[in-house]
Design a protein around this ligand. Structure first.
Ligand code: HEC
Ligand code: HEC
Ligand code: HEC
Ligand code: HEC
Ligand code: HEC
Length: 477
C-alpha cells in the first residue's frame, strides 16, 4: 500500500458513494443533506428560537428535525439491507479495504464518518433542542391549533400570567409529567386532526397536575401577605358609577392568624370533600383536619349513603383559583371594565342596557357577531336617539367597537363557549364559589357551620357607594 500520492477528488468521494450505493441510503443522504442545507439558510430563526408564524414554526422546529433524523436512520438501514441482498457476492468482498490504518481508503472513510458525525451531532443537537423548546412555547400551545386554543389563549393574554408559559402550569417540572403530558398531547393532536375534539373543552381538566406542585414553584403560601385592598367599580343602568371597597384577608399564617390561605392550604391543614357533579359545584360533605384534629361538615339534606358513592377530592389552589389564567368575564363585569376605562362612555343614554341586550344575543359565528354587534349599537342611536347620535357620533362608534372587543374576548361560537360556560370559583356573586361550602348550611355534628360571617374573608369597607369615604381617607381617590 505504498502509494503516497494525494487522493483524487474521485477517491475522496468514494466513502459517500460507498455508503449511499443503494436506494434507501440515498434517500437518507438526500434527506439529511436537504435538512442541513435548510438549517444553514434558516440559522437566524434557529438561533433566535422563534418563527414568524405558528405554521412556519411547525416546519422549522418539527418537520425539519423529523426529516433530518429520518434521513440519518435510513442510511445505515439501507446499507444493512443492501449488504444482505448482495449476500456473499465476491464482487463486493474483494473491494473491501484492508483493515489497517495505513490503508488510505479506510483512513478517509473513518475521517469522513468522523467529520460527518460531528457535524450531524452539532446540527442534531441544535435541532432537537429547538424542537422541544418550541413544543413548550406559548406560540405552539396557544396558536397552532388555532380554533381549539383561541379562547384560552385570548383570556391568557389579558391575565396576570400572560408572561408565564403554558407549560409552567400545565406540565410543571420533572420528567414523568413531561412524558405524561406529551402522551396526552398526542391524543389531542389526533383528536384535532380527526376534528372530533370536545367543544367546549370540558373542565375540570382531567389529569391536570396537582396545583400545589405547579403554582408553588412561584407562589409560596407561607409568604402570602396579610390583607389586600380591592376596589371594585360598577355602573348602574343609568350610567352612575359606584365603588365597593373590600379588604381581602389573604393571610399566609404568621402573626395575623387565620386568613383565607392559612385556613385551606396552611401548615398541617388538609381539606377533603365529596362532590356529586363533575364540575364540583355540589358539595354535600367536607372534612377539615388540622394537625390531626378532624371535623366533618354535612350539607343540610345530605345522605351518608349517597356521599359514600361520590368522588372525593383533596382541596388545593385550583378549587378556588380555577381561572388563574383563563379568566373569562361576565357581560356585566366586562361592561364595567370598558365603562371605567372610558372606551364605552357611561353617559351615553341607555348604553348599558342596550349593550347588555346586544352582547347576550346568540351569534352563530364570530364573523356574524363582528358585523352585527357594532351595527346594532349604532342603529339604536341612529334610529331611536337621533339627536344623541348627531352630537356624539365618535362616542357611539367607540362604544360599538368596545362592545365587540369585549364580546370577542369572552365568546367563541366555534368552540361553543358563551357567557358563563366556564365557572369561576373565586368569590360568591357570579357563581356559588366560596359559598359551595360557606353557605351557612354546611354543619358539623355539634352544630358549628362553615363560617359565613361577612367579615370572615374580607372586611366590607364600602358597598356600592358613589365615592367611598375610606378611599379619600387613604388618599386613593
Ligand atoms: C397560571 C397557570 C396557567 C397558565 C400559564 C396556563 N394555564 Fe391553561 N389552565 C390552567 C388551569 C388551572 C386550568 C384548569 C381549569 C379547570 O380545570 O377548571 C387550565 C385549563 C386550560 C384549558 C381547558 C379549558 C379551560 O378553559 O379551562 C386549556 C385548553 C388550557 N388551559 C390551555 C392553555 C394554554 C394554551 C395556555 C398558554 C397560552 C395556558 N393554558 C396557560 C392554568 C394555566
Ligand atoms: C412561572 C411562575 C408562576 C406560576 C407557575 C404560577 N404563577 Fe401565579 N403569578 C406569577 C406572577 C409573576 C404573578 C404576578 C403578576 C403581576 O403582578 O402582574 C402571578 C400572580 C398570581 C395571582 C395574583 C393575581 C392578581 O389578581 O394579582 C394569583 C391569584 C396567582 N398568580 C395564582 C396562581 C395559581 C393558582 C397558579 C397555579 C395554577 C399559579 N399562579 C402559577 C407567576 C406564576
Ligand atoms: C379557599 C380558596 C383559596 C385557596 C385554596 C387558595 N387561594 Fe389563593 N386566593 C384566594 C382568594 C379569595 C384570594 C384573594 C383574591 C382577591 O383579592 O380578590 C387569593 C389570592 C391569591 C394570590 C394573590 C395574593 C396577593 O397578595 O395579592 C395568590 C398569589 C394566590 N392566591 C395563590 C394561591 C396558591 C398558590 C394557592 C395554593 C397553594 C392558593 N392561592 C390557594 C383563595 C384561595
Ligand atoms: C370545599 C369547601 C370549601 C370551599 C369551596 C371554601 N372553603 Fe373556606 N373553609 C372550609 C372549611 C371546612 C373551613 C374550616 C371551618 C371553619 O373554620 O369554618 C374553612 C375556613 C375558611 C376561613 C377561616 C374561617 C375562620 O375560622 O376564621 C376562611 C377565611 C375561608 N375559609 C375563606 C374561603 C374563601 C375566600 C373561599 C372561596 C374563595 C372558601 N373559603 C372556599 C371549606 C371551604
Ligand atoms: C368564604 C369567604 C367569604 C364570605 C363568608 C363572604 N365573602 Fe364576599 N367575597 C369573597 C370573595 C373571595 C370575593 C371576591 C373578590 C374578587 O372579586 O376577587 C367576595 C366579593 C364580595 C363583594 C364584591 C362583589 C363585587 O363584584 O362587587 C361583595 C359586595 C361581598 N363579597 C359581600 C359579601 C357579603 C355581604 C357577605 C356576607 C353575607 C360576604 N361577602 C361573605 C369571599 C367571601
Amino acid at each position: 500500500m505504498a502509494n503516497p500520492q494525494p487522493a483524487s477528488w474521485r477517491e475522496r468521494l468514494y466513502p459517500i458513494i460507498f455508503l449511499s450505493n443503494n436506494l434507501i441510503s440515498r434517500i437518507g443522504v438526500i434527506l439529511v443533506t436537504a435538512a442541513a442545507v435548510f438549517w444553514v439558510f434558516l440559522l437566524p430563526s434557529y438561533l433566535q428560537g422563534e418563527a414568524a408564524s405558528a405554521y412556519l414554526g411547525i416546519l422549522l422546529f418539527l418537520a425539519l428535525p423529523s426529516g433530518f433524523f429520518l434521513g440519518l436512520a435510513l442510511i445505515p438501514i439501507g446499507i444493512v439491507l443492501y449488504r444482505r441482498r448482495l449476500g456473499g457476492t465476491p464482487a463486493i468482498t474483494t473491494e473491501f479495504p484492508v483493515l489497517s490504518w495505513s490503508n488510505p481508503s479506510l483512513r478517509r472513510l473513518i475521517i469522513f464518518i468522523g467529520v460527518v458525525t460531528f457535524a450531524n451531532m452539532l446540527i442534531g443537537a441544535n435541532l432537537t433542542y429547538r424542537a422541544t423548546a418550541y413544543m413548550e412555547s406559548v406560540q405552539f400551545c396557544g396558536l397552532t391549533c388555532h380554533t381549539v386554543m383561541k379562547p384560552e389563549y385570548t383570556a391568557y393574554q389579558n391575565s396576570p400570567h400572560s408572561r408565564v408559559e403554558c407549560v409552567k402550569c400545565h406540565i410543571g417540572p420533572g420528567a414523568s409529567w413531561f412524558v405524561k403530558s406529551k402522551l396526552s398531547g398526542l391524543g389531542q393532536v389526533v383528536a384535532v386532526a380527526l376534528n372530533n375534539y370536545e367543544r367546549p373543552i370540558s373542565v375540570p381538566v382531567a389529569n391536570l397536575r396537582p396545583a400545589r406542585e405547579t403554582c408553588e414553584d412561584c407562589h409560596w403560601p407561607d409568604k402570602f401577605g396579610g390583607d389586600r385592598l380591592r376596589v371594585l367599580t360598577h355602573f348602574s343602568d343609568e350610567g352612575k358609577m359606584t365603588k365597593s371597597v373590600l379588604l381581602m384577608h389573604i393571610g399566609g399564617g404568621g402573626a395575623r392568624g387565620v386568613g383565607i390561605h392559612t385556613a385551606h392550604v396552611g401548615k398541617g391543614v388538609r381539606i377533603r370533600y365529596a362532590h356529586s357533579d363533575y364540575q364540583r359545584q355540589n358539595i354535600p360533605w367536607v372534612e377539615y383536619s388540622r394537625n390531626g384534629e378532624k371535623r366533618d361538615f354535612f350539607a343540610a339534606k345530605a345522605k351518608k349513603e349517597d356521599i359514600a358513592k361520590m368522588d372525593v377530592r383533596e382541596m388545593d389552589c385550583m378549587d378556588c383559583h380555577n381561572r388563574p389564567s383563563h379568566s373569562f368575564e361576565t357581560p356585566e363585569g366586562a361592561l364595567d371594565r370598558m365603562m371605567a376605562a372610558g372606551v364605552i362612555a357611561p353617559d351615553l343614554p341607555g348604553i348599558r342596557k342596550t349593550a347588555l341586550e346586544i352582547l347576550k344575543k346568540n351569534y352563530a359565528s364570530t364573523a356574524q357577531a363582528e358585523s352585527e354587534i357594532p351595527a346594532a349599537l349604532e342603529r339604536f342611536y341612529k334610529e331611536k336617539n337621533a339627536d344623541v347620535y348627531s352630537k356624539r357620533q365618535a362616542a357611539v362608534q367607540s362604544a360599538a367597537k368596545g362592545a365587540l372587543a369585549l364580546w370577542s374576548r369572552n365568546v367563541f361560537p366555534e368552540m361553543k363557549i358563551t357567557w358563563g360556560t366556564y365557572i369561576n370559583n373565586i368569590g360568591h356573586n357570579d357563581f356559588p364559589g366560596c359559598f359551595r361550602c360557606h353557605d351557612g348550611e354546611h354543619k358539623s355534628t355539634d352544630g358549628k357551620a362553615v363560617e359565613q360571617d361577612c367579615n370572615t374573608c374580607h372586611s366590607l369597607l364600602a358597598m356600592d357607594e358613589p365615592s367611598p369615604k375610606i378611599l379619600t381617607e387613604l388618599g386613593i381617590d
